[in-house]
Design a protein around this ligand. Structure first.
Ligand SMILES: [Zn+2]
Length: 295
């Protein structure tokens, strides 16, 4: 039973609890995003300000502390990036959507996927690389969860472990990765430059394990459309500005610079997992029936 099927008051209580849990885990993800690429432990030491002062617990509350401190550290007045509350808020909202849209076991599995995709999104933005921990690790966990929770792949026997769930996940891994591979080869030929990111191939596999081939394939094409829709105006604006006066400043996203594809892939995958899965699956089956009629 999804959260949306509950009566109003229990739904409000459960929803608030899940939102807070998401915010707390989002606060941990901030630590993961900062420390994993640097090869540091995510457990020790405890959180510190940039000036080295340890943060008291009441200045380290998700969402609330940043708002109360108005984005400035209490110890030294240093600016605290709005990314911290943003990551916490996004994780909390995604948790809420998982619970609202899906039955409990599926919601829990998708919440696990959120815990892998949110840090992968920001680390790719910062470092243009996604560590294997998130892609290969996420894929293995996705295979295991697909066996335990076949409802993740739409099979009705959601309560019992099933090989059908595992089979769907395997198909998702193989098809997601290979479609991405050939798409990237094609894009590389069209753009006459390297467009293939190995990390993205692994990420497509992880998405396929959790979301099946439909989710992985949708994420690839949806991510490409989203990327084009967002980058084209940015590139045009920079070209316009570069043409007018300062040639140096317009080079940040020039044709030769690297733009991570992972964040777009992840955004489209989350859109599929949290709302678009129904219409997209229906579209794929209609396409399958049309192709069967032709043959
Ligand atoms: Zn400080």
């Amino acid at each position: 039973m999804p959260g949306s099927a509950l009566p109003p008051l229990p739904a409000l209580f459960a929803g608030t609890t899940i939102f807070l849990l998401g915010a707390i885990l989002g606060s941990f993800l901030n630590v993961v995003i900062r420390r994993i690429p640097a090869g540091e432990s995510v457990v020790r030491p405890g959180s510190r300000c940039r000036c080295g002062e340890p943060l008291p617990w009441h200045d380290n509350l998700p969402l609330v502390s940043w708002l109360l401190l108005r984005g400035r550290a209490r110890c030294c007045g240093a600016r605290i990036s709005p990314r911290y509350p943003l990551v916490e808020g996004i994780t909390a909202l995604l948790f809420l959507l998982c619970w609202w849209l899906h039955p409990p076991a599926v919601a829990l599995s998708l919440a696990v996927l959120v815990l892998f995709l949110v840090p992968a999104f920001w680390i790719d933005l910062d470092h243009l690389v996604i560590p294997d921990l998130f892609t290969v690790g996420g894929m293995l966990l996705g295979l295991a969860l697909s066996f335990l929770v076949p409802g993740l792949h739409g099979f009705p026997e959601a309560a019992a472990p099933s090989l059908r769930g595992l089979g769907s996940a395997f198909l998702g891994v193989l098809l997601g990765s290979s479609v991405y591979y050939w798409l990237a080869v094609g894009a590389g030929l069209a753009l006459r430059r390297e467009a293939l990111g190995e990390g993205d191939i692994k990420l497509a596999g992880c998405l396929g394990a959790f979301l099946g081939w439909q989710g992985a394939v949708f994420a690839l094409f949806g991510g490409a459309v989203l990327g084009t829709a967002i980058l084209l105006p940015v590139l045009a604006w920079q070209r316009f500005r570069a043409g007018r006066a300062e040639p140096d400043r317009g080079e940040r996203l020039g044709a030769g610079s690297e733009i991570p594809f992972g964040p777009f892939l992840i955004a489209a995958a989350l859109a599929y997992a949290l709302g678009l899965d129904g219409p997209v699956d229906a579209w794929f089956s209609a396409l399958g029936r049309a192709l069967a009629l032709l043959s």
